[in-house]
Design a protein around this ligand. Structure first.
Ligand code: NDP
Length: 434
């Protein structure tokens, strides 16, 4: 199992799995409770738990109701149908460690457009009020916590009994298999890619849908939407639109090309993205800060700039790879390393590593604008409470860990060629600092 060798050690896996399993579900409920029922204030929430202890947590934990399951089921079924039915160009993913090349249908942007138009239209026509989603959010998160755990167990069983490709297998350790996953490209049938569904069509789509939901809820409550909410929603939607615009590019990234479909990635996309990634918007529903035109515009422009740079880093790497290095990077022929490696079947292959442009500033420079963008769409909340900034802090930790994981994986894959890259581009993330 090529990939398990390069992720964390069993000890770190046990520790992170235990903490993910025991701390993340209550945290999801806590963040929802604090934002919706405790004025977004950690000290109010803290005092409540100081007085009521564990019993307090149990009593605020919403039960997954029938309405919550219905909302999740309708959304998931709608997205699955769009994934299967909408037309899209045939796109080949990168060569997998076992030498396979997954094939996708690039219909993400269309699915995104259909979803957003359908969501706003059913609200406009009075068929369904998105405010209901906000009103049942705790129950929805609670249902997602349970449902996604069951989903991951099914993925584990499928990995053992009916893997979709040779990019699968057991590490011999049940916990590692469940946590990091058994299959790189699990599918239902030939064409329904499960990771495209969990990561893109459910996780990322729910981010956009919830951002709009929070905006509509504020409008329904106050008869208007504050400029802070508008900036937050606009930046999040631009970010998600960029994601779907570039979705075939995402299929070349670590999440899809290297991380197997296990609890780590699937639970994260099905639960953590809808609950934690959207949390700055959730906070703003009850905190309609008025920024004024100048500040609102400044934050918006800075946010769009960060999203653009992040996009341009990803685009530059993919354009460089697609043209085999025969292109211009920042107006000049690129500086590059031809790196040879062996697949798990022993075949010798090569990849090009770009060492100029954004990829010459640091080895993971694209994480800097990613973190800045998250900071800018949280900034409309100003600094009355620290909880809205949780996502930025979490993202920073996640990406610093991810850069280390990616470096380890690439060092293992490219050996001396990766060392050459590190000599040429010594910083991991922040140019000149780290
Ligand atoms: P990428 O997959 O885009 O980049 C890393 C991969 O690129 C490496 O594994 C390697 O793969 C290849 N590579 C590394 N260096 C070079 C180089 N110099 N030239 C060419 N190829 C290179 O990283 P991520 O998946 O982490 O990020 C993709 C996007 O997703 C980014 O925009 C990131 O900010 C975003 N992201 C967002 C997260 C969030 O939670 N909001 C979480 C993670 C990412 P190979 O084996 O092909 O050589």
């Amino acid at each position: 199992m090529g990939e398990t060798k390069t992720v964390h050690s069993p000890l770190v896996t046990y520790a992170s799995m235990l903490s993910l399993l025991t701390l993340c579900p209550p945290f999801v409920i806590l963040i929802w409770y604090t934002m919706v029922h405790a004025d977004g204030s950690l000290s109010i929430a803290f005092n409540y738990f100081k007085q009521n202890g564990l019993q307090g947590l149990i009593s605020i934990w919403p039960k997954p109701t029938a309405v919550a399951w219905k909302i999740i089921a309708c959304f998931a079924a709608f997205e699955a149908v769009l994934q299967l039915a909408l037309p899209g160009e045939r796109v080949e993913g990168p060569i997998s460690p076992a030498g396979n090349r997954p094939v996708y249908k690039a219909n993400g942007l269309l699915a995104y457009a259909v979803t957003m138009v359908a969501y706003v239209t059913i609200w406009w026509l009075g068929i369904f009020n998105p405010a209901i989603v906000y009103d049942h959010l705790g129950e929805i998160f609670s249902a997602l916590i349970v449902g996604s755990f069951i989903f991951c167990i099914l993925l584990y069983i499928k990995g053992h009994l009916a893997p979709s490709s040779t990019d699968s297998g057991s590490s011999g350790n049940l916990i590692i298999d469940f946590y990091w996953g058994m299959e790189l490209y699990p599918r239902f049938g030939k064409s329904f890619d499960i990771k495209v569904f969990t990561n893109c069509r459910f996780g990322m789509m729910s981010w956009a849908v919830l951002a709009v939901t929070y905006c509509i809820k504020q409008y329904e409550e106050n008869g208007q939407v504050a400029d802070s909410m508008l900036v937050n929603t606009a930046l999040m939607l631009i970010y998600v639109t960029k994601f779907f615009w570039w979705e075939p590019g995402y299929w070349n990234t670590m999440d899809i090309a290297h991380d197997r479909a296990g609890f780590y990635i699937c639970w994260g996309c099905l639960v953590w993205v809808p609950s934690v990634y959207t949390s700055p918007g959730l906070y703003l529903v009850n905190h309609p800060v008025n920024l004024g035109l100048q500040l609102a515009l400044f934050i918006f422009v800075a946010g769009v700039g960060s999203i653009f740079v992040n996009y341009d880093c990803d685009r530059q790497r993919q354009y460089f790879r697609k043209t085999g290095g025969k292109c211009l990077i920042w107006g000049k022929p690129p500086s590059k390393i031809e790196a040879f490696y062996h697949t798990t079947t022993g075949e010798k292959k090569s990849s090009l590593l770009l060492t100029s442009g954004w990829w010459g500033l640091s080895r993971h420079f694209h994480y800097v604008p990613e973190i800045l963008a998250a900071f800018f769409w949280t900034l409309p909340a100003l600094f009355n409470h620290c909880l809205p900034y949780f996502y930025v802090v979490f993202l920073t930790i996640l990406l610093f860990d991810r850069a280390k994981r990616d470096d380890d994986r690439c060092a293992n894959k490219y050996q001396k060629y990766w060392k050459q890259y590190c000599q040429k581009v010594p910083n991991r993330i922040v140019p000149g600092i780290y």
